[in-house]
Design a protein around this ligand. Structure first.
Ligand code: NAD
Ligand code: 6OD
Length: 497
């Protein structure tokens, strides 16, 4: 398949080439198609990195690690990180076009979240590295002269960065920003569904003065392909991964060779608790976003809702009305509230849960099927925003991550029951509590077994705060100084006085 083959004009071929040692290059693997989730049209063809391309990318990253990049002062590195952020901002529309084409998400969403956050991830981690202090301890010694200790941070090395498709630029830069700030070099494997923005970033890196080989991108699939070639490669010192829990298990097996460090941001089956003393307007508006934003393809999204019995009917009715008012449509329309799922494969998975819920006797409050879309959108991967009630807590619909625009809603009677229901999961990524009673909020928050807990809000994130999950939701925390813990090695220096 030719790299130039497209059905219509789309972002240039560079947008889908590998980026190795500062050059845009094809790959030795069979190129593969990139299709629009909105209508299924061919957007372009993606270069496919073979094992030899991964080898070249890793060795470019290793060379850069000890080359010009290592010779920079922190101030020079910080300046380059700001250049990268400025470069993304200067090409805002190109990034926006590419991200919207690959994901089908509403343009309004990507322009407020994905692209600005993609730039902010470089600014924030430039500030973090600039202000990161060092541990310093004095100690007594038997001879009375004493000793001082100080800790030195050094880059961990070449970092393998494996990314998902739901927030491609945001989640990739969330790893690349701190990795580069700490002086590492990276080889990025974007999702096969969303190849464009990671490659476009290569142009920004070159213009920003990033030495060749510091940032590399290899395209392809996971098992038996580019992703596995990368995680298996002994030249990779640590792996940071965002994606499904089962993929995390496979990557962990590879990381065990050579005892390499990992940072994992995995799946979730997040609960929200709606207490009768909540501000109902805020709770409904927040839950509409947490359940349906990005077509439910957000790891932090709410798929399990527990509502205190006195307000159960009112809350359910208002959530239903909000879901039914969501306008499904093309990304560029200002009133589009929800786009399609990422792919036909993912739509089949989500619809499998829709069918299972019906089979298990759920009461469908709204949705549950595939909406009628007019041509050409009928070629896309659309599903209805869906709310169920009435399923037992043992149902796979309530226990497994669906990653679609759907949630199950059940009543509770006591605070203890609500906490127990929220914690009855193998995952532990995020939780939301809706209550105007601050004492209750602070009492409940520490009882929830989740890495991120929101009170009366959702997706509000300061990038310096710890981010990550418990149980099947991940290993480690990233964000601010927490990221530096992963992206650096620490050595203690002890000086006898
Ligand atoms: P995925 O696990 O299918 O794929 C993620 C990446 O891993 C892709 O680039 C893929 O090609 C690669 N990959 C797959 N198998 C591999 C292997 N054996 N070796 C190396 N690489 C491999 O995930 P996805 O479908 O792209 O994303 C959706 C999932 O990501 C959901 O489960 C969601 O919860 C999770 N997610 C988690 C967070 C978080 O912060 N916790 C954020 C976003 C998404
Ligand atoms: O906001 C962020 O930085 C972040 N990591 C969001 C994750 C969203 C998951 O889908």
């Amino acid at each position: 398949m030719s790299l130039a083959q497209t059905e219509e004009a789309a972002p240039g071929p560079r947008d889908r080439l590998n980026f190795i040692a500062g050059e845009f290059v094809a790959g030795s693997g069979e190129p593969f198609e990139n299709r629009s989730p909105v209508d299924g049209r061919l957007l372009g063809v993606v270069a496919h990195a073979g094992e030899d391309d991964v080898e070249r990318a890793v060795s470019a990253a290793r060379d850069a690690l000890s080359g010009d990049w290592a010779g920079l002062t922190i101030d020079q590195r910080v300046e380059i990180l700001h250049n990268i952020a400025d470069g993304i901002t200067a090409r805002f529309d190109a990034f926006l076009d590419a991200e919207v084409a690959d994901t089908g998400k509403p343009r309004s969403l990507a322009s407020h979240i994905d692209i600005p956050r993609g730039a902010a991830n470089f600014r924030i981690f430039a500030d973090v590295i600039k202000n990161a202090g060092s541990e310093f301890f004095t100690m007594a010694t038997p001879d009375g002269s004493g000793a001082i200790n100080y800790a030195l941070r050094s880059p961990k090395g070449v970092i393998g960065v494996i990314c998902p498709w739901n927030l491609p630029l945001l989640l990739m830069t969330w790893k690349v920003g701190p990795a580069l700030a700490a002086g590492n070099t990276v080889v990025v494997k974007p999702s096969e569904e969303t190849p464009s923005t990671a490659t476009l970033l290569g142009e920004v890196m070159n213009a920003a003065g990033v030495p060749k080989g510091v940032y590399n991108v290899v395209h392809g699939f996971g098992p038996g392909s580019t992703g596995e070639f990368l995680t298996r490669h002994p030249g990779i010192d640590a792996i940071t991964f965002t994606g499904e829990t089962v993929t995390g298990e496979a990557i962990m097996r590879e990381a065990a060779r050579g005892v390499r460090d990992i940072s994992f941001e995995l799946g979730g089956k997040n609960a929200a608790l709606v207490f009768a003393d909540c501000d109902m307007d805020k709770a409904v508006e927040g839950t509409l976003r947490s359940a349906f934003a990005n077509c439910g393809q957000v790891c932090l999204g709410t798929e399990r809702l527990y509502v205190e019995r006195p307000v159960f009917d009112e809350f359910t009715a208002r959530l239903k009305a909000g879901a039914q008012a969501l306008k499904l449509g093309a990304p560029e329309h200002a009133d589009t509230g929800m786009g399609p799922l990422i792919s036909a494969v993912h739509r089949d998975k989500v619809l499998g849960y829709y069918e299972r819920a019906a089979r298990e006797g759920a009461r469908t409050v709204t949705g549950g099927g595939v909406p009628e879309m007019a041509p050409p959108l009928n070629g896309g991967f659309w599903v209805e925003p869906t709310i169920w009630t009435g399923l037992p807590e043992t149902s796979p619909v309530i226990r497994e991550e669906i990653f679609g625009p759907c949630c199950h809603i059940a009543p509770f009677d006591t605070e203890d029951e609500a906490v127990a229901l929220a914690n009855d999961t193998d995952y532990g990524l995020a939780g939301v509590v809706w209550t105007e009673n601050l004492t209750r909020a602070h009492r409940v928050a520490p009882k929830l077994r989740a890495g991120i807990i929101w009170i009366n809000c959702w997706f509000l994130r300061d990038l310096r705060t710890p981010f990550g999950g418990m149980g099947k939701s991940g290993i480690g925390r990233e964000g601010g100084l927490h990221s530096l813990e992963f992206y650096t090695e620490t050595s203690n220096v002890c000086v006898k006085l």
